[in-house]
Design a protein around this ligand. Structure first.
Ligand SMILES: Nc1ncnc2c1ncn2[C@@H]1O[C@H](COP(=O)(O)OP(=O)(O)OP(=O)(O)O)[C@@H](O)[C@H]1O
Length: 348
């Protein structure tokens, strides 16, 4: 956590404060604070180049380590998982007696992951998870693991909606020990694996993000935790149940790559669509704590589906009526033709 000295010095910088870069001579005016965490404060700033997010810390080593990760990612073409890095500099105050390191990054203007899904609907959860898996695959291919994967570190930018990851502070080179983690999303906490940085670590967190989306209140582990407890929560929610196989495989570290998980996730999505009608009859389990949002939304979808089914049922007799009419006409024509030939034959 942040110490008080740091809070006083870079924590509550007022709007209008000018942060002037000692080396690159660029000036950033603070518009507001975007947030803060264990490693520093993030401000929305305006500079000659436009809006940007500026992260400042008293701990220059954490800034350096995040800058290294962002620098590395900026070399990966077409990779947009994290914000792009715009500037790195020092801010000197008190006649140069105190120096704070900061970096400037792309301002990701968007909505928090959970609130986006709550506003737009559960259909989006699937789409965002697919996007996340695609980007994680690129990250893993580059030899990194994101580490502290959780909804707080996800922002959904608009037009078109795209999930982006903020806070690259936990990003760890594969094979090392995970740098930062949050218990609920950490497989070590649930007794389902080590804290070694490997793709399976992030994929476990993706499954937990899905579970958390349906159980926003979170829950504690019972005893050792384990797959049994997590499975009971999956079972208790209609949306999660559609992805049960994928979730269990991700939670138990069975997916070696994000692409494998994505493939199965897509399959489960399409299966859910093909079986949409029978599922519409199913009732959401009362066990689910997400009755609030998720199930209400699902119930609405079920009602819509039920409505569609009724509409289809009404169409069926109409179709069979017209089919029956054609059959009768054909039969009458055949009988009349046979009768005509019979009369014609007897007359000859
Ligand atoms: N590029 C960005 N664009 C918009 N908002 C951002 C950006 N970077 C960070 N933020 C906001 O600032 C908050 C804190 O940032 P960040 O998570 O990087 O700090 P931290 O000190 O690393 O936090 P943690 O304790 O989780 O490691 C974020 O939750 C987010 O709301």
């Amino acid at each position: 956590m942040m110490n008080n000295t740091m809070k006083n010095q870079v924590g509550n910088l007022p709007q209008g404060t000018n942060i002037f870069g000692k080396w690159h001579k660029k000036s950033y005016t603070i518009l507001k604070m975007l947030g803060y965490g264990a490693t520093g404060y993030v401000y929305l700033t305006r500079s000659a180049d436009g809006l940007a997010a500026l992260k400042i810390s008293e701990n220059s080593s954490s800034i350096t380590s995040e800058v290294n990760v962002l620098r590395h990612f900026s070399k990966v073409r077409g990779f947009s998982l994290g914000p792009s890095l715009l500037d790195v500099d020092d801010w000197a105050i008190a006649n140069g007696h105190k120096v704070f390191s900061f970096y400037v990054m792309e301002y990701l203007e968007g909505e928090a992951f959970l609130s986006f899904i709550q506003n737009k609907g559960m259909e989006w959860a699937g789409i965002l998870v697919l996007q996340l898996l695609t980007d994680l695959h690129t990250l893993h291919e580059e030899g990194w693991v994101f580490g502290d994967l959780k909804p707080d570190n996800l922002i959904v930018t608009a037009n078109p909606p795209k999930v982006r990851l903020i806070d690259v502070g936990g990003t760890t080179i594969q094979g090392r020990a995970i740098k930062e983690f949050t218990e609920f999303f950490d497989r070590g906490y649930w007794g389902l694996g080590s804290r070694k940085a490997e793709p399976t670590y992030d994929l476990f967190a993706v499954a937990m993000i899905m579970i958390h989306t349906c159980y926003p209140k979170q829950f504690q582990k019972n005893g050792e935790g384990g797959i049994k407890q997590l499975s009971s929560y999956i079972q208790g929610n209609l949306w999660l149940r559609k992805y049960e196989k994928v979730l269990v495989r991700a939670l138990t570290g069975e997916y070696a790559t994000a692409i494998e998980m994505k493939r199965d996730f897509l399959q489960a999505m399409s299966d859910a669509k093909s079986y949409a009608a029978p599922q519409a009859k199913a009732k959401a389990s009362p066990k689910s704590s997400s009755t609030s949002y998720t199930n209400r939304k699902q119930n609405r979808t079920q009602k819509n589906r039920a409505h569609q089914q009724t509409a289809q049922r009404q169409v069926v007799p109409a179709k069979s009526k017209s089919k029956g009419f054609i059959e009768t006409s054909v039969l009458i024509t055949i009988v009349l033709a046979a009768y005509f030939f019979y009369i014609y034959g007897t007359l000859l």
